[in-house]
Design a protein around this ligand. Structure first.
Ligand code: SDX
Length: 426
């Protein structure tokens, strides 16, 4: 029995169906309102479901995150990023044969055309890697535009494999270009995370020498970032993709949205904030700045639109962080001490408690990435690398069903009709 809600405006009553979720909140289907000449109003989409999806489920009050029904904690402990990418894309964990074939396909796509590598030469060495990544992903559209039929399921899956395969190579190229060092080609003998780390930190012509602990931490970071339902960058990919644009262009739009410090750029902003605080003795000062309405400063890595409890990824990240710091022998890392004091104070302060502001994934990922020697400006690139499977899965899910171009309406508060006045009359 479908539940219904009624809405009465100017004496006219409209019935709206309630659509039932398999997990979490049901939704009021407001599509019938346009026929009644009524819009809904929800800037920032705090209470608006923009689509239906089967990919990822978040319960922000309970601190739950599941990819295709599997809890993030179980995937982080037992899986790896490519297996999670397969799960997101296909909806099921792969059999050994399916996994082997998927990994082989990814390895087969990870090279970047020699001529295309010249795209990085257009950037100064000081350019932010996110600007290079955005350009490079958008540029991939030039290589595959003619041959990609977005209405063909196999073409969409090939696009997904290409993007998942090439993002580590492009990210490493952005890093190497920034340091004026020679690119290192992908190495099929290495795992996905080992290959990325080797292309970043290896030396051309030398055998790979990647720490298994660091590669494991990096792969876990990729898993934790792989998807997060309708976050700002994924919604951007869906919005751009709804115009039937080239998928590489739609993903490039997502990269742009992710870069913002309120979103994926927060991990870099967390490190900048911890460096600015500098010492445990200054933590109180910055917590007070964050509480001051007249001060635009916010505690980077705290708060979340959906999580009003601990971000489950932050918990996993925190454990990973301690393991890496222990291996690196930097357990007394000053920034970790500042972060831990910041977290303690924020968790006891009524301002943060009342607003349910908890540490999110970016709070600990930044410290972990710093501990494995990743330069701060590469943090959001790593978020991009991790999120790639999620973005392209949402794009594919949208195109696999009938969809409409995304075109929100507005509440108009501007001028009513008025006639033009010639210059002489003004
Ligand atoms: C990610 O959406 C996703 O899923 C994103 C993500 C993903 O995986 O894709 O999880 C990744 O983007 C994580 C979030 C990373 N961003 C940061 O860490 C930046 C710092 N956080 C804030 O900018 C903020 O918390 C947001 C942007 C994350 C959420 O903003 P909301 O939901 O719009 O919340 P809000 O601004 O309405 O805040 C509610 C209150 C306000 O105070 P009042 O007006 O009620 O008095 O909380 C305050 C805010 O001022 N507040 C903060 C704060 N975050 C919110 N105050 C101080 N420091 C903060 N960090």
């Amino acid at each position: 029995m479908t539940q219904k809600v009624t809405i009465t405006i100017d004496g006219k009553t409209t019935e709206l169906p309630v659509l039932a979720a398999t997990e979490g909140k049901n939704v009021v289907d407001v599509r019938g309102l346009i026929a009644e000449g009524i819009f809904t109003y929800d800037p920032g989409f705090l209470s608006t479901a923009s689509c239906d999806s089967k990919i990822t489920y978040i319960d922000g009050d309970a601190g739950i995150l599941m990819y295709r029904g599997y809890p993030i904690e179980q995937l982080a402990d037992n899986s790896n990023h490519l297996e999670v990418a397969y799960l997101l894309l296909n909806g099921e964990l792969p059999t050994p044969t399916e996994y082997e074939s998927f990994v082989a396909s990814i390895k087969g796509h990870q090279d970047i055309d020699q001529n295309f590598q010249g795209i990085f030469n257009g950037f100064t060495q000081g350019a932010h890697p996110m600007s290079m990544i955005g350009a490079a992903i958008s540029g991939l559209a030039s290589l595959y535009h003619e041959e990609t039929d977005i209405d063909n399921a196999q073409d969409r899956m090939t696009t997904a494999h290409r993007l998942i395969a090439k993002i580590p190579t492009l990210a490493a190229m952005a890093y190497k270009h920034g340091r004026g060092e020679a690119f290192i080609a992908p190495d099929d003998s290495l795992s996905y995370a080992e290959n990325f780390l080797n292309m970043c930190f290896g030396t051309a012509g030398e055998a790979p020498n990647v720490s298994p602990t660091i590669a494991a931490a990096m792969d876990k970071i990729f898993i934790l970032h792989a998807d997060h339902e309708q976050n700002a960058s994924t919604s951007t990919v869906r919005m751009a993709g709804s115009t039937d644009c080239n998928p590489y262009a739609a993903i490039a739009a997502g990269v742009s949205a992710l870069w913002g410090p309120s979103h994926g750029g927060a991990n870099e902003a967390v490190l900048d904030m911890l460096n600015e605080i500098g010492d445990e003795s200054r933590v109180e000062e910055f917590v007070n700045k964050a509480k001051d309405k007249n001060d635009p400063f916010k505690l980077m890595g705290f708060g979340h639109r959906v999580y009003k409890n601990f971000d489950p990824r932050a918990t996993v990240m925190q454990d990973s962080c301690h393991a890496v710091l222990a291996e690196q022998g930097v357990e007394d890392e000053p920034l970790l001490k500042v972060a831990q004091k910041l977290e303690k104070i924020a968790r006891e302060d009524s301002y943060f408690i009342e607003r349910k502001l908890y540490p999110n994934i970016d709070f600990y990922s930044g410290i972990t990435l710093k501990a494995v020697g990743i330069p701060t400006e590469l943090f959001t690139v790593i978020f991009t690398l991790g999120r790639m499977p999620g973005w392209i899965t949402h794009w594919n899910e949208m195109l696999s069903e009938p969809y409409k171009i995304a075109r929100p309406r507005q509440l108009y508060l501007g001028e009513s009709k008025r006639d033009f006045k010639n210059l002489a009359e003004r």
